[in-house]
Design a protein around this ligand. Structure first.
Ligand SMILES: Cc1cc2nc3c(=O)[nH]c(=O)nc-3n(C[C@H](O)[C@H](O)[C@H](O)COP(=O)(O)OP(=O)(O)OC[C@H]3O[C@@H](n4cnc5c(N)ncnc54)[C@H](O)[C@@H]3O)c2cc1C
Length: 505
């Protein structure tokens, strides 16, 4: 199916922009701010501007200020990524991180300091302290400041609660988009569309992600014929707070500052699994937790910070502290119950080193893009920096483009004609399938069974038509879930976050 809805551009209201940026996370906002102010930019977000994964980021930004550490940061990124990363993309990330972070500071982002100098912390997989942060709400600090600056720019118009349905293409070239603005379908005419639509965590029941993370941009790009790759690589964060129905993150920086994982008997078990113990790469820590849970008869696993210096935890991690208190756990005296949850997508829309896809005028940056930076497993705190570095590179390409000004066109889609069935129960069914099959310890048998089950859901809704945002999101979720399962089945060996156990098929 090429398009998600029926439309005829001759009969839709149209607005015209030089550039459409889809997403108000760090990647979308930073791209917008770096676009030349002579170009008219439309920035849309499907919820409000602050509802996104960037806003939720706690730990910080991995950035090398010390030139002597560049090779070390590259090595740690490759090691965490299972050496599946594209080295040129990693080099770009690490060599260009500092100048883009300095731009953030110019925009007013305030990072924590010690004696007037920026403070660095450590997280899993990093052999050096190279993560800058604002207490445990780094993402909130960045997004609030970037939104303030974006709103001062006359050339950038922001539209909240505006949903990208599809990009319009002719001859492998972008000439606009179909959007739902105030629940009304419209055409947005442009030669340049940047997909900064974030990840896919909400394909799972158990996830740290914001509600927007349903993989829309990836599904849109796939329908348009863009190459999508490495969707099997999904990172599970080891230490979200264990509570039903939500997975509030307990940042890895807590372990970076000395937090210790313990099983229900009180044993600090990570030494059994990896020489870096609690600071091993995330995929290893998550798998170790699941294995330890199994060994312990499915009892909870805990994070212990009771040994921290008096007053330190609540000062350094105020949001995590108040969340724990709201759940009746006082981390100063008790261990925090944790449970790994779906967190981050390493794959996505395949781009080159400038965020360009195989479709002219279609770009992607941030979590929706597969730049090759993250390999088979992301090194902690390398994603905010990816949004900055590659967002800037996308804007450079657009600034140098000469292709602006859409000619008249007429595009119709009439593939869909049935009415929508009641679908909301199937959203839960789909997420349950994903939780059970595309999880931390996978088996071929479960993946094969998931493929069949998703095909049934796909067939049921394939020809259905609706302008309801949630239904369109659901259709995108079906597409992206299928891509994840298909790609997981194709990769027959374990690598990075894709870990296969033996099973009887
Ligand atoms: C709890 C948590 C903590 C994290 N902590 C860290 C950390 O400390 N350091 C780090 O480096 N990384 C961290 N990460 C990962 C990091 O936050 C994300 O990878 C990164 O912020 C993604 O940024 P983005 O701009 O690509 O996407 P997002 O910030 O998720 O933004 C996506 C945007 O796309 C829009 N959108 C999506 N679909 C549509 C559509 N159909 N129409 C219109 N708009 C659409 C959304 O509305 C949203 O504005 C964390 C993630 C989580 C969930």
């Amino acid at each position: 199916m090429r398009y998600l809805t029926n439309f005829n551009t001759d009969f839709l209201d149209a607005i015209k922009y030089d550039v459409l940026i889809v997403g108000s996370g760090i990647a979308g906002l930073f791209t917008a701010l770096n676009i030349d102010d002579s170009l008219k930019v439309c920035l849309i977000s499907k919820d409000d501007l602050k509802t996104n994964n960037s806003y939720l980021a706690q730990g910080g930004i991995a950035v090398t200020f010390n030139i002597k550490d560049i090779q070390g940061h590259i090595d740690d990124t490759l090691k965490a990524g299972g050496f599946y990363n594209d080295l040129p993309a990693v080099r770009v990330l690490i060599e260009e991180g500092r100048k883009n972070v300095e731009k953030l500071i110019e925009y007013g982002v305030d990072f924590d300091k010690v004696d007037g100098e920026i403070a660095f912390t450590r997280e899993g997989g990093h052999l050096e302290r190279r993560i800058i942060h604002k207490k445990d709400y780094t993402g909130k600090e960045i997004i609030e400041k970037l939104i303030q600056v974006v709103k001062q720019r006359d050339n950038i118009h922001c539209y909240e609660n505006t949903f990208l349905v599809d990009v319009l293409t002719e001859n492998n070239s972008v000439n606009g988009a179909i959007i739902l603005m105030n629940d009304k379908e419209q055409v947005l005419k442009t030669n340049h569309v940047v997909l900064a639509t974030g990840g896919v965590g909400k394909l799972f029941l158990n996830s740290t992600n914001s509600s927007i993370s349903t993989g829309d941009g990836i599904a849109v790009a796939y329908r348009a014929g863009a190459v999508v790759e490495d969707m099997e690589f999904i990172q599970f964060h080891p230490t979200p707070f264990h509570s039903d129905g939500e997975a509030f993150l307990i940042s890895e920086a807590v372990r970076g500052e000395g937090g210790i994982l313990r099983n229900a008997s009180g044993e600090a078990f990570m030494g059994k699994y990896h020489s870096l113990e609690d600071l091993a790469p995330r995929d290893i820590v998550s798998r170790s937790i699941i294995k330890e849970q199994q060994l312990q008869g499915n009892k909870d696993i805990y994070l212990d910070v009771t040994h921290f210096e008096k007053g330190y935890f609540e000062k350094r991690f105020p949001s995590i502290f108040s969340y724990c208190i709201s759940k009746n756990v006082d981390p100063r005296k008790e261990w925090i119950p944790i449970n790994p949850s779906a967190h981050y997508l390493m794959g996505g829309i395949k781009t080159d080193l400038f965020g360009r896809t195989n479709i002219e005028g279609l770009y992607s940056c941030g979590e929706s893009a597969r730049t090759g930076v993250q390999g088979a497993n992301r090194l902690a705190s390398n994603s905010l920096s990816e949004g900055l570095v590659y967002g800037k590179r996308v804007s450079d390409i657009i600034n140098h483009s000469k292709k602006f000004g859409i000619e008249k066109y007429s595009i119709k889609n009439k593939e869909l004609n049935e009415e929508t069935l009641e679908y909301k129960n199937d959203v839960i069914v789909l997420k349950t399938i994903m939780d059970e099959s595309a999880n931390i310890l996978r088996t071929r048998a479960k993946l094969l069974s998931a493929k069949d089950k998703i095909q049934i859901i796909k067939d049921k809704y394939e020809s259905m038509h609706s302008y309801e945002k949630m239904f369109l999101e659901f259709k995108n979720m079906i597409t992206v879930s299928s891509l994840i399962i298909e790609m997981a089945l194709k990769r027959e060996e374990s690598l990075g976050s894709h870990y296969l156990e033996k099973s009887d098929e």
